[in-house]
Ligand binder design. Structure first.
Ligand SMILES: [Zn+2]
Length: 87
């Protein structure tokens, strides 16, 4: 199941649906309120930790699960180091 979320997020980042989570974004943590996660599309319930990520250039901050944020952040770091190795 975690593998499936990884795949959804990776394809979202490749297609540009999700921006790279490099430095410069603001992060707000809290408990979920039933919003839909920008990453995996599932609802963020009150028992979930919700992260709100404001990239500045996005009009509406992205809301996502803590686990989805961690995957996005890890993916950004992984692709950054892949690019660094290529150059
Ligand atoms: Zn999610």
């Amino acid at each position: 199941m975690a593998q499936a979320i990884d795949a959804i997020i990776r394809s979202g980042m490749r297609s540009g649906r999700l921006p790279p989570f490099s430095k410069g974004h603001q992060l707000f943590g809290g408990s979920g309120g039933g919003d839909t996660c920008s990453c995996c599309g599932e609802s963020i319930t009150q028992t979930d930790v919700q992260y709100e990520v404001d990239f500045g250039h996005h009009e509406v901050p992205l809301r996502m699960h803590l686990r989805c944020y961690q995957i996005c952040y890890g993916e950004t770091k992984a692709s950054t180091s892949r690019n660094a190795q290529l150059s």
